[in-house]
Design a protein around this ligand. Structure first.
Ligand SMILES: Nc1ncnc2c1ncn2[C@@H]1O[C@H](COP(=O)(O)OP(=O)(O)OP(=O)(O)O)[C@@H](O)[C@H]1O
Length: 957
């Protein structure tokens, strides 16, 4: 046992969002959790302070996972229950517990929305429905047929156990069987001596009691749900302890009389769950109007084949604990108080058990409550366990939240020693199933023996209940149809109203459009005025410029005046000075002469002076008058101009400002109108509805237009494709015709050439035949001659032999007889003659052979020229014709003509266009073409002839 790894139980915290009650109570959020998940710390501030103080005074708890308000059911299942579920499939016993104060989401987490929608679970489905679906999915995926799944559903309420699936609760006649927690014989983990070690060594097994209870007959429900509680036959009961591999550790807690139901699908499991939930005791308290004050345990048992003889048994306990709030807070009284007390009794014991396990105490008070006895194996035992603590974020529940978090963080220290579950022998299982079958068969028999339909009381009740249920369902459906109809009518009415509203909105929008048009008009006019104003300002600038120029003119004139004055003064004073000096000189002269008329001179000087001053005066007067006159002349003009400019500007500015005021007032009036209109009329209406209608209509229009677009697109595509097809076919046809025409054009000269070549070939054939005939006759002649020669040679040989015989006979008379001498001479002459004849024949044959060679060579030459790869067909044919026409025929033998045979061949197969007529003529030819190479028989024949001749010649010799 010590080899088995110790595992801390997994602890998660799930914090929901604030509920209606908490929002209405304006209770602030005091719990800090992530929005979804990702952290393993949760902190709570119970001090009532805010800001940094709150942060400093808050208490932080560390767990394995924290889920915030946005964590959905799927995430919680995936993170917490699914890992355990995988171990459950492997054969481990697993437990998932939800713990927390009422209305924090325990039932939501464990069960959630268990209903099926089109055979599927909703997003809000909790752990139990998800496990039910997962288990069948997993086993079906594994293609495993050798498994069996059973379910049970038990409630612990007021320290009383209740089988939530026992139909006797619904029946008036049947009393539900009492459930009892039952320690298997080997269990040493009792209340007094219960120790952590003992509990851990407990191995889950299928005990007799469990079977006794699970096999309790319930044919009615089995028939309905194709499943049912099974009863272990006696033999199986006795066989059971031996079948368990962990028999020596057999010390599990079991519930006597608890019914277990076979399920063949997840849906059957869901139906069982729903049936059990209906039975669940629900009482209302101050804390939660629908608060459940009971603990429930939904158990899924998996019997999975592990070898030929045994099935492995694993259990998944899904525990929804009652609310953990304390009795004072709940305000429950009387019966409720008792209930609350008992709940607390269980939960308090659970707390103590958790504390003891966390502190590793020797004594663990499992036996002090039924809840802890039930959970004995899940806490510190062989089970893999996960605890989900559900909490509220609101300040009003902070006390309970703290207590829940304390429990959770304590529970995190509990260590389990998970072990793979026990085995059950195949025989035992088969026997239990056989027992069931026997029962079903007997029921069937009794049914058959009756005329009508027979069914047991229970079954009948079941069916009646079912019928009632269906009736209720039908009524509900009718009601919902009516509801839907009413809603539909309302919706139609609303639609009408919204249509009207829409129309009026449209009119208003049109109005608004007109107003905006008008405003735009005004703004345009305003713009024009601004333009005018800017023109005026420009004019003003110009006038200013003119004024500046005038001023400059004045300044220049003044300058000129001053210069002239200076000039006049300088000239006059200079001349005066000169004349004065002259006069003084004169005076001096006169003084010397004593004849000076002083008075006269003085008079003259004074006259001169007064004249000068007069002139000066007059010229200065003249200049100043001129200047003044100039100023007087020009000034009114300038001033007039300036004045008129200023007047202009003033009038324009006045006009502009008045029009500005008018426009501004009218714009502000329009703006106010618009604002009023928007405030009072436009937004006053339920624009959301109008918007919805618009959205709906737009959607429909979009859909219609999308459809029509698609349709037209399809039509266009089809048309396009059809056109393409037609034009492709046409172009292909015309291209093919063109190609054929061109090819035919190209073929024509070739055809003519072919025809010509065929004629040539035919001619060749004729020539060839003639040549062959000639050759044959020549050879025949040669043969005749050779035969003659051979005949005469033979005759000569016979003669010689005769002569030799005579020679022998007359040898004795040879020397003296002149006749003999004459005979010998005659023989000699005949021999010479014969020799000459043989020599002639041999010469003739040699000449004939030479002719054969020449003929052969000429044919080879001819063919090699014709089959040259560099030549095209036309050239070959031309050559051929040329050779036929121009080549001098070599005399041969008696025919005296050149034998010729043309095998027209083309280098490449693809170039060959074989004419039927040519083929025919070729096939009639005595000389064949093999593999395109010409092969003439004449050399062989010739060689044979030569051999023959030389043989004959040798014989003759
Ligand atoms: N995480 C959550 N997300 C959405 N709704 C939730 C969540 N938790 C709880 N609720 C809702 O809060 C209400 C109370 O939840 P639930 O009945 O599960 O609480 P409980 O802890 O089981 O209470 P009790 O102890 O009284 O049985 C339910 O309507 C449930 O849908």
């Amino acid at each position: 046992m010590s080899d088995i790894e110790e595992l801390n139980i997994t602890v998660a915290v799930r914090c929901r969002g604030r509920n209606q009650k908490e929002v209405e109570a304006r209770s602030s959020v005091v719990v800090r959790v992530p929005d979804v998940t990702g952290e393993n710390e949760v902190s709570i501030n119970t001090s009532g302070e805010t800001g940094i103080a709150a942060h400093l005074n808050s208490k932080t708890y560390t767990v394995d996972k924290v889920f915030g308000p946005s964590a959905d059911q799927h995430l919680v299942f995936k993170s917490i229950a699914e890992p355990l579920f995988r171990d459950f499939l492997k054969g481990y016993n697993c437990t998932v517990l939800v713990y927390g104060m009422t209305s924090t989401g325990k039932t939501y987490t464990m069960t959630g929305d268990e209903r099926l929608y089109d055979g599927e679970l909703s997003q809000a489905a909790g752990i139990i429905p998800r496990v039910l679906f997962k288990v069948f999915d997993a086993l079906e995926d594994a293609n495993s047929d050798d498994y069996m799944i059973k379910c049970s559903f038990v409630e612990l309420y007021n320290e009383e156990l209740k089988d939530l699936l026992d139909e006797a609760h619904d029946s008036n006649n049947n009393v539900p069987k009492k459930l009892r927690i039952f320690d298997s014989p080997g269990n040493t983990n009792n209340g007094n001596s219960g120790s952590r070690t003992n509990s851990r060594t407990n191995s889950p097994k299928i005990a007799e009691s469990q079977y006794a209870s699970s096999m309790a007959s319930n044919y009615a429900s089995r028939r309905r749900m194709r499943m049912g509680p099974t009863m272990l036959p006696k033999s199986a009961r006795t066989a059971l302890p031996k079948s368990s591999s962990n028999a020596e550790n057999s010390s599990a807690i079991h519930i006597q009389n608890l019914q277990e139901f076979h399920i063949m699908s997840a849906k059957e499991g869901i139906r069982l769950l729903q049936r059990g939930l209906k039975q669940r005791q629900v009482a209302s308290t101050k804390m939660n109007d629908f608060s459940s004050r009971s603990h429930t345990v939904f158990t899924i048992m998996l019997y999975k084949k592990c070898d030929d003889e045994n099935f492995r048994v694993s259990k998944m306990n899904l525990v929804d604990l009652a609310g953990s709030e304390n009795i004072n807070r709940s305000g429950a009284q009387n019966q409720r108080a008792k209930e609350a007390g008992s709940i607390n009794q269980s939960l308090l014991t659970l707390g103590r058990v958790i504390n003891s396990l966390a502190d590793k105490n020797a004594h663990i008070p499992f036996r002090e409550s039924k809840l802890t006895r039930l959970l004995q194996d899940s806490l510190g035992g062989n089970t893999k366990t996960a605890l989900i603590a559900t909490i509220s974020p609101a300040k009003i529940n902070s006390e309970e939240t703290s207590s829940t978090l304390e429990y959770a963080s304590k529970a995190k220290n509990i260590k389990n020693k998970p072990q793979v579950g026990s085995f059950i022998m195949k025989d035992v299982l088969v026997k239990s199933i056989t027992a069931e079958l026997v029962k079903i068969k007997s029921d069937l028999l009794s049914t058959k023996s009756k005329d009508g339909v027979y069914m047991s009381q229970e079954n009948y009740k079941e069916l009646t209940n079912e019928l009632e249920n269906y009736k209720t369902e039908v009524q509900e459906c009718q009601r919902s149809i009516e509801r839907v109809n009413t809603q539909n009518a309302i919706l139609l009415k609303e639609r009408k109203i919204s249509n009207e509203l829409n129309e009026s909105q449209k009119a208003k929008v049109r109005n608004l459009g007109d107003n905006i048009e008008y405003l735009y008009d005004k703004i345009d006019r305003q713009h024009k005025n601004e333009q005018e104003l800017s023109n005026v300002v420009q004019e003003l600038m110009r006038a200013l410029h003119v004024m500046r120029q005038s001023l400059q003119l004045y300044e220049d004139q003044g300058q000129r005046f001053q210069t002239e004055m200076e000039k006049v003064l300088y000239e006059n004073v200079g001349s005066f000075k000169k004349s004065l000096i002259n006069e003084i000189e004169k005076l001096k002269d006169n003084i010397d002469e004593d004849s000076i008329d002083v008075d006269g001179n003085i008079k003259l000087v004074s006259q001169e002076l007064s004249r000068i001053f007069d002139r000066l005066n007059s010229s200065s007067n003249e200049i100043s008058q001129k200047f003044v006159q100039g100023i007087l002349r020009d000034s009114p003009k300038h001033f007039q101009e300036i004045h008129s400019q200023v007047e202009n500007i003033t009038s324009v500015v006045e006009a502009y400002s008045s029009s500005l005021i008018t426009h501004l007032s009218s714009i502000s009036e329009e703006y106010n109108n618009l604002k009023d209109y928007l405030n009072e009329q436009f937004f006053k209406n339920n624009f959301q509805e109008a918007l919805d209608v618009h959205v709906e209509r737009t959607y429909h229009q979009l859909k219609l237009s999308a459809n029509s677009v698609f349709m037209s697109l399809r039509e266009i595509m089809n048309e396009h494709l059809e056109n393409n097809k037609i034009s492709m076919i046409q172009s292909l046809k015309s291209a093919a015709a063109e190609v054929v025409e061109k090819e035919m054009g190209l073929l024509d000269p070739v055809k003519t050439a072919w025809e010509k070549s065929l004629e040539n070939i035919n001619d060749c054939d004729k020539l060839n035949n003639k040549f062959e005939n000639d050759m044959r006759s020549a050879v025949k002649e040669v043969y005749g001659r050779i035969d003659n020669a051979a005949g005469s040679s033979n005759a000569a040989l016979v003669e010689i032999e005769n002569d030799l015989g005579q020679l022998k006979d007359v040898s004795a008379n040879f020397r003296d007889n002149s006749l003999i001498q004459n005979n010998v001479e005659g023989i000699k002459r005949k021999h010479e003659l014969l020799k000459v004849q043989v020599q002639n024949s041999a010469d003739y044959m040699q000449a004939a052979t030479q002719k054969f060679g020449e003929i052969d060579q000429s044919i080879q030459d001819l063919l090699s020229t014709q089959t040259s790869p560099q030549l095209n067909n036309e050239e070959r044919i031309g050559n051929l014709l040329e050779q036929l026409n121009d080549r001098p025929l070599r005399p041969l033998g008696p025919s005296g003509k050149t034998p010729m045979r043309i095998a027209y061949q083309v280098g490449r197969t693809s170039d060959v266009v074989q004419q039927p007529s040519m083929k025919r003529s070729c096939s009639t030819s005595p000389i064949k073409e093999i593999d395109g190479n010409r092969r003439a028989p004449s050399p062989l024949k010739r060689r044979l002839l030569e051999d023959d001749i030389s043989l004959k010649a040798k014989e003759i010799e």
